[in-house]
Design a protein. Structure first.
Length: 359
């Protein structure tokens, strides 16, 4: 270890006494926050309610989600992260400030926190800067950014530093991240815009076309969570949903079954499988051999869809495993990176905060 590395380690250790270390999984649907020494302290929807008259934030997270579709004209509930990337910089800064401050309640230290943020693979340099600036505006002293497939692989304890390939699929809210990891970095990756939100849209469209009823996004998500499956189960599942009759314009209640949901999301699931196959087709033969031996790992909210792992196993020809806690894989990865930043530094996206030693 060189003199520069030793000095940096001591500097980080000393600064750690005076600041918190925070890991953030900045998702389209939910944002999870980890604080070193305390674990995952926040898991809230990535939604902010804004008062357009005053420009002030009315609510963030779970409270804001309850307002979706129920607000007066001057209050707008928005998702500042769309398809895994920041669409509204100012609102994202407000949301991160709220979450970082809430995570540190009662545990505030002298210096701003050191933050590791998980972002989708293939993110552009402009989007990276937006994430970094939003975290800095929220009070972060130091910001490190890691791509979510790599963070998830670290979070589920895959041996990423070995010279062998591992494949991970992270089905989130806005995007599905497919990554092939080897020697501490992403060898091949693809960001696919087919994920939980797309399935919700499919369910809304199916209800409109088949039953002539208009339902809201929250109702569609409730149906997806309760009924979504890829193959029929032993029991027929069903659920009542309320909406507006498109013919009469009056309120109406209908009964939706698991078969209806399968019909609704089936086309998107097939598209997703084809996109995953394309990643395998562009991966080196040696790594394909490793993946066949080790299998594919599935994380994210989409991993909870009944029958999906078996469906992927059948269509990809490779065994697919689901992590026991798929929703927290990325944020657990950020926590591991925070514990040993030097070991994972090569896998982080280029960081302006770090000093580069001169020759």
């Amino acid at each position: 270890m060189g003199m520069f590395e030793r000095l940096r380690k001591w500097k980080n250790r000393i600064l750690g006494w005076f600041s918190n270390d925070i890991g953030i999984d900045l998702g389209t649907a939910n944002t999870l926050v980890y604080v070193k020494g305390r674990g995952i302290v926040i898991n809230e929807p990535s939604i902010v309610a804004m008062n357009q008259k005053t420009g002030q934030v009315v609510a963030v997270g779970a409270q804001a989600k309850e307002m979706l579709g129920r607000t007066p004209a001057h209050i707008v509930a928005v998702q500042p992260v769309v398809d895994g990337v920041i669409s509204d910089f100012e609102v994202t800064s407000e949301m991160l400030s709220y979450l970082i401050n809430k995570a540190q309640e009662g545990h505030t230290k002298l210096l701003g926190p050191r933050v590791v943020v998980g972002v989708p693979s293939g993110i552009t340099s402009v989007e990276v800067r937006a994430v970094r600036d939003a975290a800095r505006n929220a009070g972060a002293r130091e910001v490190h950014i890691i791509e979510e497939p790599l963070a998830a692989a670290i979070g589920i304890d895959l041996p990423i530093h070995e010279p062998s390939g591992q494949m991970i699929i992270d089905i989130g809210g806005g995007t599905t991240d497919v990554g092939v990891v080897s020697l501490g970095g992403l060898v091949n990756s693809r960001n696919i815009r087919i994920a939980g939100d797309r399935f919700n849209t499919d369910i809304i469209a199916h209800a409109r076309n088949e039953f002539k009823i208009l339902i809201g996004g929250k109702s569609a998500e409730d149906l997806k969570i309760a009924l979504a499956s890829i193959v029929p189960g032993r029991e027929r599942l069903e659920m009542l949903v309320r909406g507006r009759d498109l013919v009469t314009g009056l309120p109406r209640e209908i009964r939706i079954t698991d078969q209806d949901i399968r019909n609704a999301i089936g086309h998107s699931v097939e598209e997703l499988v084809e996109s995953i196959k394309e990643v395998l087709e562009t991966t080196q033969p040696e790594i394909i051999s490793d993946i066949m031996q080790r299998g594919v790992y599935l994380v994210g909210g989409g991993a909870l869809i009944r029958g999906l792992p078996e469906f992927l196993t059948e269509n990809l020809g490779v065994r697919v495993y689901v992590d026991p806690e798929p929703l927290t894989a990325v944020v657990r990865g950020t926590s591991t990176v925070l514990d040993d930043l030097d070991s994972y530094r090569e896998g982080l996206l280029k960081n302006d905060d770090e000093l580069v030693p001169t020759e």
